[in-house]
Design a protein around this ligand. Structure first.
Ligand code: SF4
Ligand code: SF4
Length: 373
């Protein structure tokens, strides 16, 4: 049975050592999981957010991680893969407070400034086949995966598996294109975007949300530039009227997330990847989106483990006991304490992804929770 270390989001005493940050600092040492070769590069993988989505893992916590990595002999760098083109994404990181000074380590784009530095790696399982793993992650020998826990419009739940699966790979490969990148998971094959003029309200949210400027309205008709499209599916997911659709089999999508995470992990030796799940500001949507909503569940705390599947199972178990928050989409959906708020807000079978990860041998769902007070 794997151990999952937990500390609550509550402040337990008026003393730094018992603040969440103080307990997290202690937990990083007490868990005994951060062990590195002297001078080995350690990728600290997080999500930089977006221009309008500020609910990322805070730099103060990332700074504690990089300090702990240095104390354990490693050389940390903080990283994410390109979500909007070029170095603009580093500007987003800086805007969200993530920079060398705040986190105590260099901040770099794992797949280069244009999102094209990646290597095609075989994925386990029967859905994905191959995926383009970001080169800085591929070439690191150790990694600490720092995940902001939230809901997700397509996945239902977004935690460590999703952080690896989508965040450890490029949107598109230099030669293989979007079919070897995130688009392969999002739409699983070449299915066209479909648009119905009669249903469209011309709200332009699809155009605004597109990271590639691949959608334009010309003479009141939607025009998709396929040569630019990453097939991320965002435009269809945000369409409020159902005018724009991209048919996706959600079960296949859930499995492909686990398989992509498996491909990323296959580039590390066993025991070289540690997971930290931050259950704060649990908003309904992904940190990639151009805006964020109010949190739907109360803050729960932080989990650390060296077992990907165990930490994901522990996270969803804790979230299911969490309090839905007033003034959020959880209230609109009439969620009550004890409800599966994730599934009520975004009705997806997110457990399929966690179960598939276990089947692929990425960890075990059985765990022992060790609380750090
Ligand atoms: S799927 Fe939609 S949002 Fe994504 S790149 Fe293509 S047009 Fe843009
Ligand atoms: S998001 Fe949907 S309704 Fe709005 S402009 Fe695009 S297709 Fe039309």
């Amino acid at each position: 049975m794997s151990r999952v270390y937990f500390t609550t989001a509550r402040g337990t005493r008026w003393d730094y050592r018992y603040s969440v940050l103080g307990r997290f600092e202690r937990m990083l040492g007490e868990c005994g999981l951060l062990k590195f070769e002297k001078g080995e590069y350690v990728a600290v993988k997080t999500h930089f957010g977006s221009e309008g989505a500020h609910r990322v893992v805070r730099p103060s916590f990332l700074g504690k991680v990089t300090n702990a990595v240095k104390s354990a002999g490693g050389k940390p760098f903080v990283t994410d893969t390109v979500r909007i083109m070029g170095v603009d994404y580093l500007e987003v990181a800086n805007q969200n407070g993530i920079n060398h000074l705040s986190v105590g380590a260099p901040v770099i784009l794992a797949d280069g400034p244009f999102g094209k530095d990646s290597l095609i790696i075989s994925a386990p399982g029967d859905v994905l086949g191959e995926i383009a793993v970001a080169s800085a992650i591929h070439d690191s020998s150790a990694m600490v995966v720092c995940s902001h826990i939230k809901g997700h419009i397509q996945a239902g739940y977004a935690g460590a598996i999703k952080n690896l699966a989508m965040g450890g790979v490029s949107a598109a490969h230099r030669e293989g294109g979007w079919k070897k990148g995130r688009g392969h998971m999002h739409c699983n094959g070449e299915v066209p975007l479909s648009w119905e003029a009669e249903v469209c309200t011309y709200c332009l949210q699809c155009e605004n949300v597109c990271p590639k400027g691949a959608i334009k309205f010309v003479d009141e008709k939607l025009v998709q530039d396929k040569s630019q499209c990453w097939f991320c599916g965002r435009c269809a997911r945000v369409c409020p009227s159902g005018a724009l659709t991209l048919p996706v089999n959600n079960d296949t999508f859930q499995k492909s997330l686990a398989e992509s995470a498996g491909a990323v992990l296959s580039t590390f030796k066993p025991g070289k990847v540690i997971y930290i799940n931050f259950m704060f500001e649990i908003q309904p949507e992904c940190d990639c989106m151009p805006s964020c909503d109010t949190p739907m569940l109360q803050d729960q705390g932080i989990l650390i483990s060296d077992d990907l599947v165990a930490i994901e199972q522990a996270t969803v178990d804790i979230l299911r006991k969490g309090s839905p928050l007033p003034g959020s989409v959880a209230e609109e959906r009439e969620c009550k304490p004890g409800d599966d708020v994730l599934a009520m807000v975004n009705p997806r079978n997110y457990m399929l992804c966690i179960e598939h990860a276990e089947r692929l041998g990425l960890g075990r769902r059985e765990y022992e929770l060790v609380e750090v007070q």
